[in-house]
Design a binder for this molecule. Structure first.
Ligand code: FE2
Length: 283
């Protein structure tokens, strides 16, 4: 029988893992146990603090549903998803976090179409266009582009019963010249949901909930690593203080006033560069 002590507990817990455990699961949980035990030792975590943390996570689960993921929100607040993105995309300057508001099966549109199903009174229509290039700098035809954004009230359609289903979401495809064009709203900065444990966390840390104004993207093409990204408005007051640390200089764009004759208020031009995926590199 092992006499459990401060010094042997961590190794004893790790050694209890079964031999059939999947290797990656073993690696992740072994590291997690090691770091959590070290954390408790370093901070000398007390039982009331531990119970409070458990209750905090229980509340995060209780407030989550199909349209709200409080765990991703808190991971964003702590910079976890940004770090995973930086590592996972090997420093690609055009990627950032997905965020919790992505929905599959958005409607498909032709280039130049508008994803604005219900124009808010304070909405400013924007033409967002550019070219998708491959790893050799050649225009990429047939690349899939997904775009989504909140309305000017700061709410995505799935958070707001007043908006039509799938409002401000759309799927596009680059033409034979690799060109794409989307009509959308100039994005508005908005607070991440702060009425739950994520908001409590922000307040405990003396932080604000505001996200820099942004438009979400996924760009994908056969044989290439997809890009998950957001474009940020350079003039936004939160450009240097995004609540989730997701802004990269390379994703900041200028909303230029549209020239006379165009049906939009602003124009943004932005090009994307897709890297070949591992299979394409190996070929
Ligand atoms: Fe967002």
């Amino acid at each position: 029988m092992t006499n459990i002590t401060y010094d042997n507990l961590t190794a004893t817990v790790i050694a209890a893992t079964g031999t059939d455990t999947e290797p990656r699961t073993r690696e992740l949980v072994t590291s997690l146990i090691t770091h959590m035990h070290e954390f408790i030792k370093e901070t000398r975590l007390t039982l009331p603090e531990f119970i409070a943390a458990c209750r905090f996570l229980v509340r995060a689960g209780q407030i989550s549903d199909d349209n709200r993921d409080e765990f991703i929100l808190m991971a964003n607040i702590l910079g976890l998803e940004v770090l995973i993105d930086i590592i996972g995309h090997d420093g690609n300057p055009q990627t950032t976090v997905l965020g919790p508001m992505y929905r599959k099966n958005a409607p498909t549109f032709a280039n130049g179409d508008s994803i604005v199903m219900a124009m808010p009174e304070d909405g400013e229509l924007t033409l967002l266009e550019g070219t998708v290039y491959d790893g050799d700098g050649q225009p990429l035809a047939g690349a899939a582009i997904e775009v989504w954004e909140p309305s000017t009230n700061g709410l995505y359609e799935n958070q707001d019963a007043a908006q039509p289903d799938m409002n401000l979401r759309g799927r596009f495809e680059t033409d034979e010249n690799g060109h794409y064009a989307v009509r959308c709203l100039r994005p508005t900065n908005y607070p991440i949901p702060d009425d739950g444990p994520g908001g409590d966390l922000l307040r405990m840390l003396g932080r604000h909930p505001m996200r820099t104004a942004h438009i979400h993207f996924i760009i994908a093409a056969h044989g290439h690593e997809p890009i998950i990204a957001q474009l940020y408005d350079s003039s936004d007051e939160y450009i240097d203080k995004d609540a989730i640390f997701a802004v990269k200089d390379t994703l900041v764009v200028n909303f230029e006033p549209a020239s006379a004759g165009l049906d939009v208020d602003f124009v943004v031009r932005y090009d994307w560069s897709l890297r070949p995926n591992a299979a394409a590199r190996a070929a």
